[in-house]
Design a protein around this ligand. Structure first.
Ligand code: ARG
Length: 462
């Protein structure tokens, strides 16, 4: 059991099979610098408690610095016999500064409180990157919205033509949902940053007079865990983070699906930029929306990571159980996935060219102005129940003759209802329809311009 953290009570060494299943260095090695930062902080706490002399503490800090340098330059690697990043770091430190002083660092801490802390630190750092990437996508959507203020498109429900809307309005709907994801990340951070578990020990706390608040402050936390069992056993901070990642993935997948549809010949709403689309190995004409397809696919993976995590946590008794080692790979994967996906997706969104003529041409089709007839009648004093019937009869008449609503004659309108005077034509254009929806949150151009300002000032406030 040479080099193991727990050899004392065992007569024989671990079987290779046990070592293989137990090993986590293949994925927790990325926490090495966080482990080292934790050790620096812990050495300070040991020093402050009088358990290390100033000289010993310095020796530890220097040894840790050497390890950090070696890690940064890619020269620090785990051995096959290392169980996890924590054990490897202790082995490496002892190799660096000797067992006399190196062997003192483990006092008063456990891998259970170490990992619970380091994982928080890792996620807190990466949350910054993720947040910036989501904001970049929001900005790309906002810029496209700003560029196309005034462009009208068919708004849909059930994927059927519903009512004309501004393209900008539609794009910003996606931006708002992503902005809530940024808000969720901030909210998550607030809960995590005040809760450093270092000092919780294995589960019951430590008896050496160490100051967890000192360690917390050293590691950038604003406070330490109030309950050592909760500190070592809880992983809701992981699940919550995975949820926000999954939600970001789902929100992006909804944009992705539209890009895929809109780029079809049938829709012909957008043209993908050459640098942000792919070709086919056999069909020379192809230009494929692969980024969006990958985004749509990866959303499934992000949801899977969340689902797997929650399933691991369900019914897990307190306090630490080794099951908890399964918490890292899914979230590392979610982060890795989004950190590659988001820049690609943003580039694709930012470079889309919109065929606004085609969108405008289709906007009033499919009887999408029927609601406008009904609401125009309401403004003339007709009860909505009747107005709905009358507008429905207009649709029936137009459908029968194979024309759009604005192609009905004055006589046809009059024969459907005496309330339908030629003035109804005022609302029988996509522009008129859009302009009339001028309540807060509506699609009228002046409202959408306001909305863009509102979005921008929210983003600026973040
Ligand atoms: N590697 C473990 C994890 O990721 C931490 C070590 C805890 N091991 C233990 N035997 N208590 O959760």
């Amino acid at each position: 059991n040479e080099g193991k953290l727990w050899g004392g009570r065992f007569a024989g060494g671990p079987s290779p099979e046990l070592e293989a299943i137990s090993r986590s260095t293949q994925f927790d090695w990325r926490l090495a610098l966080y482990d080292i930062a934790g050790s620096h902080a812990h050495a300070k706490a040991l020093g402050a408690a009088g358990l290390l002399t100033g000289e010993e503490e310095n020796e530890i800090h220097q040894g840790l610095d050497v390890l950090a340098d070696r890690f940064t330059s890619g020269r620090l690697l785990p051995a096959a016999s290392d169980e996890d990043v924590h054990g490897a770091m202790e082995r490496l430190l002892i190799e660096e500064i000797g067992p006399e002083v190196g062997g003192k660092l483990r006092a008063g801490r456990s891998r259970n409180d170490q990992i619970a802390t380091l994982f928080r630190n890792y996620l807190l750092d990466h949350e910054r990157v993720l947040r910036g990437q989501v904001l970049d996508l929001i900005e790309a959507l906002g810029t496209q919205a700003e560029t196309h203020l005034g462009a009208i498109m068919p708004g849909r429900t059930h994927l059927q033509h519903a009512q004309p809307v501004l393209l900008s309005h539609h794009l910003m709907a996606h931006a708002w949902s992503l902005l809530r994801d940024v808000d969720r990340l901030d909210d998550w951070r607030e809960r995590v940053v005040c809760d450093s578990p270092y000092g919780s020990g294995a589960l019951a706390g430590q008896s050496l007079g160490l100051d967890p608040e000192l360690v917390a402050a050293e590691l950038g936390f604003t406070g330490s865990s109030a309950n050592s069992i909760d500190g070592t056993a809880s992983r809701d901070f992981v699940a919550e983070f995975a949820y926000v990642c999954a939600q970001i993935g789902v929100d992006i997948s909804r944009i992705a699906e539209e890009i895929i549809l809109w780029a079809t010949r049938e829709f012909d709403f957008i043209t993908l930029h050459d640098s942000w689309s792919t070709g086919s190995s056999i069909m020379p004409q192809k230009k494929n929306p692969d980024i969006s397809e990958l985004a749509r696919g990866k959303a499934g993976r992000l949801v899977g990571n969340l689902t797997g995590l929650l399933t691991t946590l369900k019914a897990l008794p307190l306090a630490y159980n080794r099951d908890l080692q399964e918490d890292k790979e899914p979230v590392f994967d979610s982060l890795d996935t989004l950190e590659v996906l988001l820049p690609a997706f943003t580039g694709q969104v930012a470079t889309l060219v919109y065929n606004t003529e085609r969108m405008a041409e289709l906007a009033p089709q499919g009887f999408s102005l029927a609601t406008d007839i009904a609401e125009w009648l309401v403004r003339q004093g007709t009860p909505f129940r009747i107005a709905h019937e009358v507008a429905g009869a207009c649709v029936q008449a137009a459908e029968k003759r194979g024309v759009e609503l604005d192609e009905l004659t004055d006589e046809e309108f009059a024969s459907i209802s005496s309330a339908l005077t030629p003035d109804v034509r005022l609302v029988l254009t996509a522009e008129g329809s859009v302009a009339s929806r001028n309540g807060r949150g509506g699609t009228a151009p002046e409202r959408v311009a306001e909305q863009l300002d509102e979005l921008r000032s929210k983003v600026a406030g973040f």
